[in-house]
Design a protein around this ligand. Structure first.
Ligand SMILES: [Cu+2]
Length: 444
């Protein structure tokens, strides 16, 4: 079988995108054929040096909840960006701040956004007390621009500014992060998302294009410095550097085509991200577009460390829909960790007895952990209680890597629309005696 036969057969079987594209390659020979078979390009660009992509004209900008985009200017057809690596006093949620490392006063760094074909010049100034370097994760760059300190470049010493220059030869969802003393610098927050829009989109643009980066931290209760040496026990789990209830909702209006791009640069753990009320299709893996015939439907997508995934769906189900990592310990905040197991233990009177000696003492967890956030127990300074925030129907016992997709009919702005008004007959409610007798024949 010749190589061309193989690709034709694979294409006919609808295997992967770049194999499918082999159909077009049929008319080409030699190097041209190899170019079109590259997995990173859907179409060869007829113009190798297109003008700098413009928001509105060439793309709809992404939304980084709780974050922002990195500004740029254009000089001689090149987009100029400036990242400043520096210490940041960062708020994870109301009540918890810590001394982190980030970029341009933010944790994580601002989202870099550009268009396939753009030429970029990114200055990186190091205001940290140790050397650093930046890796453009998943972005195809010349070797000397890849940012691994010592391997690809000299580390950027404190006070120095380096420049990185490359042309974008792909599109999709990528990331950037420190690649010098990775363990320390990533644990302290030095990362951000890097979005490259297609020059020639193959389908409709999303109406709402969200970017969420996952990470995890250990911040001991009452302290204010993440522990970079932690390997297993993380107690602050974040989307875009924020733990619920500090996460901003994702707002869409009915009928919107919604894209959500997930990236995970947690030090150690993978996150299965689950959305309620919808199924989506996974449209990108590590930035590479998946052809429509191979897009897997689902409502949970596993985003491993170092991976990106993008999903799309039409917002056709109004409501307030939870979206969260499905690891239960990843939707808790600091005080849910290392608590003693008191489930089922009768602790009658213990509060009163111990309270004589320790003012405000409270035993926890004998009937489960729900309600511990709501009780508003006195918490040590600079710590977030175990769980939650007030919701429309009571207390929401969630924390960490949890946010809310809010979909509404007839929105005039994408500001937070408040809580969803459930239409009559569509809200779970207490069963009455008549219903119990009719349907169960008894009162449970
Ligand atoms: Cu998780």
């Amino acid at each position: 079988m010749t190589r061309r036969d193989f690709f034709n057969k694979a294409g006919a079987a609808g295997m992967t995108g770049w194999l499918v594209q082999a159909a077009h390659a049929d008319q080409l020979e030699g190097p041209e054929q190899d170019k079109i078979l590259s997995p990173v390009r859907e179409q060869p660009d007829p113009n190798p040096t297109p003008p700098p992509g413009e928001p509105g004209r060439d793309y709809t900008p992404v939304i980084t909840p709780n974050g922002t985009a990195l500004p740029y200017k254009v000089i001689d057809g090149i987009k100029i960006f400036h990242l400043i690596a520096e210490a940041v006093d960062h708020e994870f949620a109301p009540g918890l701040r810590a001394q982190c490392w980030g970029f341009n006063g933010r944790v994580h760094g601002p989202t870099i956004e550009a268009v396939e074909g753009d030429k970029l010049r990114i200055y990186v100034t190091n205001k940290l007390p140790e050397s650093t370097s930046i890796h453009w994760h998943g972005v195809l760059v010349p070797n000397g621009m890849d940012g691994v300190g010592g391997l690809n470049q000299k580390p950027i010493e404190p006070g120095e500014t380096y420049k990185y220059e490359f042309q974008l030869r792909q599109h999709g969802t990528y990331m950037y992060h420190s690649h010098t003393d990775d363990m320390t610098q990533i644990a302290l927050g030095m990362m951000g998302m890097f979005i490259i829009h297609p020059r020639h989109p193959s389908g409709p643009r999303p109406d709402r294009d969200f970017v969420l980066m996952s990470s995890e931290w250990r911040i001991d209760v009452g302290t204010s410095r993440p522990v970079p040496t932690e390997m297993t026990d993380f107690n602050v789990l974040t989307f875009n550097g924020r733990a619920f209830p500090g996460t901003a909702p994702l707002v869409a209006k009915s009928g919107d085509r919604v894209k959500i791009r997930f990236g995970n640069l947690s030090p150690m753990e993978h996150h299965p991200i689950h959305l309620h009320g919808y199924y989506w299709k996974v449209v990108e893996m590590d930035g590479l577009s998946i052809p429509e015939t191979a897009q897997q439907p689902g409502s949970t997508v596993l985003v491993a460390v170092g991976q990106t995934r993008a999903v799309e769906f039409i917002a056709d189900n109004p409501g307030d829909w939870a979206m969260h990592c499905h690891m239960t310990h990843h939707t808790m905040n600091q005080m849910g960790h290392n608590a003693d197991n008191l489930i089922g233990v009768r602790t009658n009177g213990l509060d009163r007895k111990v309270g004589k000696f320790l003012q405000g003492y409270m035993t926890m967890g004998e009937s489960g952990m729900a309600g511990m956030g709501e009780m508003g127990m006195p918490a040590p300074p600079n710590s977030i209680p175990m769980l939650g925030a007030p919701g429309k129907h009571g207390y929401i016992d969630m924390g960490g890597m949890f946010t809310i997709l809010k979909v509404r009919d007839n929105l005039t702005t994408y500001d937070d629309p408040g809580w969803y008004e459930n239409p009559p007959g569509t809200l779970a409610s207490l069963a009455n005696n008549e219903e119990l007798r009719r349907d169960l024949g008894e009162f449970p």
